[in-house]
Design a protein. Structure first.
Length: 66
């Protein structure tokens, strides 16, 4: 099945990368970061960027391994 040119497998990879990245950021890293680097809800801040970078790194890891 393809949706917007992407396969179901690719969507699953995106979902897993986002869930793993958010889990890593919010459950492990956020406690150890200074307040300026912690994500605040409904804001585009440094924490949001760090979370996004971690999610992209998780996606890269998934693509390399599988």
């Amino acid at each position: 099945m393809k949706v917007a040119g992407l396969t179901a497998r690719r969507w699953l990879e995106y979902l897993i990368a986002i869930l793993m990245g958010n889990a890593l950021y919010f459950l492990v890293l956020v406690r150890h970061l200074p307040p300026a680097l912690q994500h605040q809800p409904y804001r585009a801040d440094a924490g949001f960027a760090i979370d996004g970078i971690i999610c992209v790194a998780m996606y890269g890891l998934i693509r390399c391994v599988f």
